[in-house]
Design a protein around this ligand. Structure first.
Ligand code: SAH
Ligand code: SF4
Length: 358
């Protein structure tokens, strides 16, 4: 077992990893190519420990295990839906649990990852929000979900992960210390194209600005849910700190910086935010920043009496957006039978249930 003071290689950006390994091997009088060997095991070999790095001498593997660790989350439980969506519950080194979801479609395998244990934003329609905030994830714990999921997907006939979305538990832009390096690592280390990675935010303005300033073309999704401040504020407490006009200005900046196409997520809740009178407002905002609109039927959660909008209303909403020149799609709900759908991720509650049952 490595001690807690050792450096987690999974949390280092590729450049920092090169420096750390080069220093380590230089101090041990080892040839420079050893760093490249380990780097290869981390990013290509997906090694889960140093023992498996078989082209290194046993002494060197031991010394690596003293100096570093590979802090990958452990699989606690996996549930596979009747539609083949697969949800993993990962146990972190301190016992916290987070979830990730693999969503296979005809041409893609999308991995939805968590950025925090819980979430402090308290959106009233979201199960994660109701569960409260536990702690930030490290870059390695975010990246670790990808490594472990990729291994699981390959072993279980799901093929290769093509896309990654930060739409699991947590608000990614409220954990910039964890999320920003994790983007660098997934893109620069594991070779996932920036255009295949999307960060979803409820509207953390400084975070959108930081993402806009990056040279890579990461995708951005804004959870809109209402086209004006008053209604949005009843669903999203953060609206009071970062009101919609400020969020829109940040999205303008994202576009000016040459960011890629923005997506709006709009969770459709029956009788709450699905009135057709709201469509023109949504259309104006979408056109302003060239956003594609994803309409998501609300997934009922235990804490609210709300239900999803009827299919006809969602279709009418979509049609009216299209007729105003805005591209919109209705997102198919996946993995509902295993609580893997948007807003149902609440690993904390699940574990309590498990503990309660002994
Ligand atoms: N915190 C980020 C990312 C995680 S939530 C964000 O809010 O964008 C991922 C998506 O699930 C968001 O678009 C969120 O609005 C949506 N969502 C949350 N609860 C939901 C529910 N009960 N039904 C449908 N979508 C929900
Ligand atoms: Fe957090 Fe996103 Fe859920 Fe809001 S919708 S509580 S920001 S995870």
């Amino acid at each position: 077992m490595s001690d807690a003071e050792s450096t987690d290689l999974l949390s280092l950006t590729p450049d920092a990893l090169d420096v750390a390994l080069s220093d380590h091997f230089r101090a041990r009088g080892q040839p420079a190519y050893r760093a490249g060997q380990v780097r290869h095991w981390v990013y290509e070999g997906l090694a889960a420990d140093f023992e498996g790095m078989t082209n290194l001498p046993a002494d060197e593997r031991e010394a690596l295990a003293q100096a570093f660790r590979l802090d990958e989350p452990q699989e606690d439980r996996v549930s596979v839906s009747s539609d083949t969506t697969a949800k993993h519950l990962w146990r972190l080194s301190d016992g916290q649990v987070v979830e990730s979801v693999l969503i296979p479609t005809a041409r893609r395998l999308t991995l939805c990852i968590s950025s925090q244990a819980g979430c402090a934003m308290g959106c009233t329609f979201c199960a994660t929000g109701w569960g409260g905030f536990d702690r930030q994830l490290t870059p390695g714990e975010i990246v670790g979900q990808y490594r472990a999921s990729r291994r699981w997907a390959e072993d279980n006939g799901y093929g290769s992960i093509t896309n990654i979305v930060y739409m699991g538990m947590g608000e990614p832009l409220a954990n910039r210390k964890g999320v920003m390096p994790s983007l660098t690592i997934l893109n620069g280390g594991y070779g996932v194209g920036a255009r295949r990675i999307t960060v979803s935010t409820v509207g953390v303005v400084p975070g959108i600005e930081e993402l806009a300033a990056r040279p890579e073309q990461f995708g951005l999704a804004l959870s809109l849910h209402a086209p004006e401040t008053e209604l949005r504020g009843t669903l999203i407490p953060l609206e009071k700190r970062h009101p919609l006009p400020d969020v829109m200005a940040a999205l303008d900046g994202f576009n000016e910086a040459g960011g890629r196409r923005i997506t709006f997520e709009y969770t459709m809740i029956d009788g709450v935010n699905d009135a057709l009178e709201l469509v023109p407002g949504v259309a104006v905002l979408a056109k302003r920043v060239g956003a594609f609109v994803n309409l998501i039927p609300f997934n009922p959660i235990p804490y609210q009496p709300w239900g999803p909008s009827p299919a006809e209303r969602i279709e009418a909403f979509r049609g009216m957006l299209e007729s105003r020149g805005v591209s919109a799609a209705i997102r198919e709900t996946r993995g509902r039978d295993i609580d893997a759908a948007c807003g149902q991720l609440r690993a904390h509650a699940l574990t309590e249930l498990k503990v309660g049952r002994g």
